[in-house]
Design a protein around this ligand. Structure first.
Ligand SMILES: OC[C@H]1O[C@H](O[C@H]2O[C@H](CO)[C@@H](O)[C@H](O)[C@H]2O)[C@H](O)[C@@H](O)[C@@H]1O
Length: 663
């Protein structure tokens, strides 16, 4: 399916294996790529094609989930759709928004459902928000999942089933009516005793009450709230689920207004960006909207993805919790937004970094700035298609990953350069990060792939230490501190020489780690980070070696699992960020046609809603891993913009030559 409002021809996915079709007809789980993503920049949700919300965590994106059917079919969902029909005829986002529209055809009529996490005006007027630490804006999350339904033709039996199971599916919900009618019910967790011995306190604060309100008559059953109605052409209804204090929609008109405000919020946001007039524009916009949807507005943090434990290997153990803010993923995401002129999120993220970067900068934080992200397993969940364990928390938070200083410094440099000034408050933090890079660059670490094997001398970690020192020196010059700049430049040069002496093999190809000749896709960053010019023969040799030797069916692996001790031995899919990096790197070395062909192919793997998980199974085209993932979307933006700019430059050259050679 071509993306919304696009005239782009359907790009070719591998034969018989479009990303968004149910992969295995025996599996009760939808394909990962078939989920729709909703967000209000505080909470997010995944909606299956059946109309069921199968993943939602409240009040925060890393709180225990209330709908968890994504990871266990019995762990709670919220469905709105026609009775007896599970497959819609069409799904799309309203252009420029995160409002999802699902169109249903039954044997008797047509129904259109719209889903959104509602955004409204700033509402902390009497009291300041307990969670917001950034400058208040005009907009705010309403803590409301809104679903509107219109019967547009014939007659359709509508079915609503709301069955929350708080605590990652462990607890049932006790429902009772509020008021005298059938229009509002309150659901409270009915906590079962922890038979598995799990420590509920470890899940954090008690889950909030849920309030369901509707223009339909709500019925209450064991653990669930239901509604049914025969709708005829012109009928419209709404169902809204709230976990906050804000006022609920009471009428269709309230609900329609809330939906409209939400659409306007997203359209207003995306209009601030600068998008090329190009057939791939809609992919850029969807990626930008997805990155924005992965932000946590109260603090400025950015999530790596909306989910935990969607498997990187089908039925395998590579299942991780991505509902946290990695410094690396976030700063890369800001590059992507910056490329499109969407740079306001950067201020909030830098403020977040300022909040958390006390002494040692960790590689990741909770979205509220939490430093401890202890990892545990949820043994009561089956896992997506049986992939176990399901993990919450992420032990990688304790790792040494030496790219952390360079990613922050590069981002500060990009933003300071564009404004030609460095805010006074940023200098002490920045200085500390550069000094950390200078102190630790020669030590081994876990690298940007967060391997769980022993620390190694990863070449890309040294590369990022060089970035920290190089950008630090440039920023020191901007800050008018020439002595500091000279001192940092000297160490940068030392790191550079070390990398060139020990990080390149006899073929002239950059290698994954010192003392090995394994390839690693992170070395595609050598030209992108301007460590060497793109026409340097070592750069060209590295890009070609990765393209030819580190690919499966043309898609890039981050490394070969058999050559890399990452703590797990199982196979994994192609890491999509790496394939998009290859597109950018091919453009850098002048292989634009090859870059365009690869980029077109990668866009063909997009989900029906133009979303991406972390990885692609090269054999089937299935999406693997957490979803939607910031890494993939940010790299898509950079890759597409590389190709678009290269094509434009080529077009200009062609026009120039034609004009000057014309008879
Ligand atoms: O492969 C092992 C590691 O996998 C995860 O890390 C990956 O995702 C991170 C978030 O997007 C990303 O920053 C990192 O570069 C990726 O390798 C997982 O989070 C780790 O716990 C795990 O060790």
């Amino acid at each position: 399916m071509a993306p919304e409002g696009s005239s782009t021809p359907h790009l070719s996915a591998p034969a018989g294996s479009a990303a968004g079709t149910t992969p295995d007809s025996r599996s009760p789980f939808p394909a990962i790529a078939d989920y729709g993503f909703l967000s209000d920049c505080e909470t997010n949700a995944l909606v299956a094609p059946s109309g069921a919300v199968e993943w939602m965590c409240v009040p925060r994106p890393d709180s225990p989930s209330v709908f968890t059917a994504l990871l266990d079919r019995g762990a709670g969902l919220f469905r709105v759709g026609p009775y007896g029909v599970r497959v819609p005829v069409a799904r799309r986002y309203l252009p420029g928004t995160l409002v999802l529209e699902t169109t249903w055809q039954t044997s008797t009529g047509w129904l259109v459902v719209r889903d959104a996490l509602v955004l409204g005006p700033w509402h902390h007027t009497a009291h300041r928000s307990p969670t917001h630490r950034r400058t208040p804006t005009d907009d705010d999350a309403e803590h409301l999942l809104l679903r509107t339904v219109r019967c547009v033709s014939g007659t359709v039996d509508l079915e609503v089933v709301c069955e929350p199971r708080p605590g990652y599916g462990r607890d049932a919900t006790r429902w009772e009516y509020e008021g005298d009618g059938y229009d509002t019910a309150v659901g409270r967790p009915d906590a079962a005793p922890a038979a598995d011995g799990a420590d509920r306190a470890a899940d954090g604060a008690a889950p909030p009450d849920l309030r369901l309100t509707s223009s339909l008559r709500i019925g209450l059953g064991e653990g669930r709230a239901n509604a049914r109605s025969r709708m005829t052409e012109g009928d419209q209804h709404f169902v809204a689920l709230s976990w906050g204090e804000e006022s609920l929609p009471r009428t269709w008109s309230d609900a329609a207004d809330a939906m409209w405000r939400t659409e306007q919020f997203w359209r207003g946001w995306i209009t601030q960006g600068v998008f090329p007039d190009h057939p791939w524009r809609t992919y850029l916009q969807r990626s930008a909207l997805t990155l924005k949807g992965l932000t946590y507005a109260p603090t400025g943090a950015l999530l790596a993805a909306a989910t935990t434990s969607l498997p990187e290997t089908p039925q395998g153990p590579r299942n991780w919790d991505y509902r946290y803010s990695w410094v690396r993923d976030s700063t890369f995401a800001l590059w992507g937004l910056y490329t499109l002129g969407l740079d306001r999120e950067a201020n909030d993220f830098f403020a977040f970094v300022q909040d958390v970067a006390h002494d040692q900068l960790q590689v990741m934080y909770g979205v509220g700035g939490e430093q401890r992200l202890d990892e545990s397993e949820l043994a009561h969940l089956s896992g997506y298609e049986g992939a176990q364990p399901v993990r919450v928390g992420n032990a990688a938070y304790q790792q040494d990953q030496h790219d952390v200083w360079g990613t922050v410094l590069d981002s500060v440099w990009v933003h300071a350069k564009s404004r030609d000034q460095l805010p006074e408050s940023v200098w002490p933090i920045l200085k500390h990060q550069v000094e950390e890079a200078a102190r630790h660059w020669h030590e081994p670490d876990r690298g940007i792939w967060e391997v769980r094997g022993d620390p190694q001398h990863f070449t890309s970690s040294k590369l990022f230490c060089w970035v920290a020192l190089d950008r630090g020196a440039r920023l020191a010059r901007l800050y008018d501190a020439p002595d500091v700049a000279a001192q940092w430049q000297e160490v940068a040069d030392e790191v550079r020489e070390d990398i060139l002496a020990r990080g390149v093999d006899e073929r002239g190809v950059f290698v994954q780690r010192y003392g090995s000749d394994a390839l690693d896709a992170s070395l595609l960053l050598v030209p992108l980070l301007r460590f060497l010019p793109p026409d340097d023969e070592r750069v060209v040799a590295t890009v070609r070696a990765i393209a030819d030797e580190l690919t499966e069916d043309g898609l890039v692996l981050r490394y070969r699992v058999e050559e890399t001790d990452d703590g797990l031995r199982t196979h994994e899919g192609a890491f999509t960020i790496c394939s998009f990096w290859l597109v950018s790197a091919l453009v850098e070395i002048g292989e634009t046609d090859r870059a365009r062909a690869l980029c077109e192919r990668l866009l063909g793997y997009a989900s029906p809603l133009s979303l991406y998980a972390e990885q692609i199974d090269t054999a089937t085209g299935r999406h693997l891993g957490n979803f939607p993932q910031a890494f993939t979307h940010l790299a898509l933006i950079n890759a597409v913009m590389h190709v678009v700019r290269a094509e434009r430059a080529r077009g200009e050259r062609f026009r120039f030559e034609a004009a000057h050679h014309a008879p």
